[in-house]
Design a protein around this ligand. Structure first.
Ligand SMILES: Nc1ncnc2c1ncn2[C@@H]1O[C@H](COP(=O)(O)OP(=O)(O)OP(=O)(O)O)[C@@H](O)[C@H]1O
Ligand SMILES: [Mg+2]
Length: 396
């Protein structure tokens, strides 16, 4: 790719100034970003078959390929998950030649499984996601993004979104899964994918999914861990405010992107039902929360909340941990896919105030309308304004 491209959309993620791993799902713009922000680096791509073969046969060749470069010079090793064995050599060169490495890949799974030590903490890890609404600025369109998601390919060519997403799933998922030998048989995995797509944003009952997909529970477990390790999905845990251990609610599973979730569900050409559409907006909000957590390095734990009495809140952000002598601080966010805000939706958020073991920083509603409201102690934001406030550091 031409480093001087004029259509490059700057990313909010800043690369560290020492060696780092850059992970992120397929197609979110990792390689493009590294070309843009490290134009002077030597870029080595392990997708290049001859380079891959040469370095797998003899990792020491890496030093000769890098050649005479001064201390501090940057080397990008793209698709590092293909050659976990190279990390020992990278480690050595970091120490002996003082070169800096940007190690880029779509899965830490293979690295870990290949016995790689992830450089024993000598390199930091940063994560890239699809575009944030904060990066797209006035190019961001809520309804398109809810329908098709935030992948750069998709945002670039919205007319072709359905074809692109379907190809994305085929190429990046099934082939990667097949080639990397992550699963033994593909058909059950494909059945699982479609269920996981349909259940986007719901509490995960492994038993039910196992039954519906006709596979064992432990296989479902493995499949979910593949989705997580390839960064395609995340489990959002249930939040438990009390210290008492009570019955743990199942976590919710969210895909990293609403468009990819829709493709997985097999609903690219069909309208989805209301529950699923609501979950698509939650997926987008969760995505923005993760991006903000990452670029701000605040890394606050995120949860959802549901009590047996039926109180439900979409996101709880723990802004200060519970200490033995002080309660946790939280920001609570309720998301509604509607153009008009109904005040009854505030009930569950407001019921948190009655919880004595808790300090509430902010109560927030997010919806698809165009007006911001301040109802005593509760702010309601249109999604775009929520994102602006989030990246301005006003939410947490
Ligand atoms: N910041 C950006 N601005 C504009 N377009 C972008 C940007 N980032 C990525 N793209 C577009 O998205 C496509 C995919 O990006 P890229 O190949 O960098 O993703 P990747 O994360 O490296 O994917 P993979 O995991 O498959 O290697 C690129 O071809 C590019 O056209
Ligand atoms: Mg790449």
């Amino acid at each position: 790719m031409n480093p001087e491209r004029t259509d490059y959309i700057p990313r909010l993620l800043k690369c560290p100034n020492r060696s780092f791993f850059l992970f992120g799902p397929r197609g979110v713009g990792k390689s493009t970003m590294l070309r843009q922000v490290l134009p002077e680096a030597l870029h080595l791509d392990l997708l290049d078959a001859s380079l891959y073969l040469e370095l797998s046969r003899d990792p020491h060749r890496l030093e000769a390929i890098i050649g005479h470069r001064p201390r501090g010079a940057w080397i990008v090793l793209d698709e590092i998950q293909k050659a976990p064995g190279l990390l020992d050599e990278v480690h050595r060169l970091m120490e002996s030649r003082r070169w800096r490495f940007a190690l880029c890949g779509s899965s830490a799974r293979k690295l870990r499984r290949g016995g790689a030590n992830l450089l024993a903490g000598r390199a930091v890890t940063v994560n890239l996601e699809g575009f944030s609404a904060g990066e797209l600025g006035n190019k961001f369109d809520l309804s398109t993004s809810l329908d098709w998601g935030m992948l750069p390919f998709v945002q670039e060519d919205q007319e072709q979104a359905a074809e692109i997403l379907s190809a994305y799933l085929n190429t990046y998922l099934k082939e990667e899964i097949r080639e990397e030998g992550l699963v033994r048989r593909v058909p059950p995995f494909v059945r699982f994918l479609s269920l996981a797509g349909q259940f986007n944003g719901q509490m995960v009952n492994l038993q039910n999914i196992a039954r519906e997909a006709g596979i064992s529970r432990s296989t479902v477990d493995t499949y979910f861990s593949i989705l997580m390790d390839t960064l395609l999905g995340h489990f959002l845990p249930a939040w438990r405010p009390g210290l008492k251990v009570r019955e743990a609610a199942h976590p919710k599973f969210y895909w990293f992107d609403p468009g990819v979730a829709r493709a997985a569900a097999g609903w690219l050409r069909d309208p989805a039902d209301r529950v699923w559409l609501g979950a698509a907006l939650e997926t987008l909000v969760y995505h923005e929360l993760r991006v903000y957590n990452e670029v701000s390095r605040k890394l606050r734990p995120l949860f959802f909340y549901r009590t047996p009495a039926g109180v439900e809140v979409d996101f709880i952000i723990e802004t200060a941990r519970r200490q033995w002598d002080s309660p946790p601080h939280v920001v609570a966010v309720e998301v509604k896919r509607a153009e008009r805000w109904e005040r009854v939706w505030e009930k569950h958020l407001r019921s948190l105030i009655e919880n004595p073991g808790l300090i509430i920083d902010r109560l927030i509603g997010v919806y698809c309308g165009s007006r911001i409201y301040e109802f005593d102690n509760l702010t309601v934001f249109p999604l775009e304004d929520f994102v602006t406030a989030l990246f301005a550091g006003e939410i947490f």
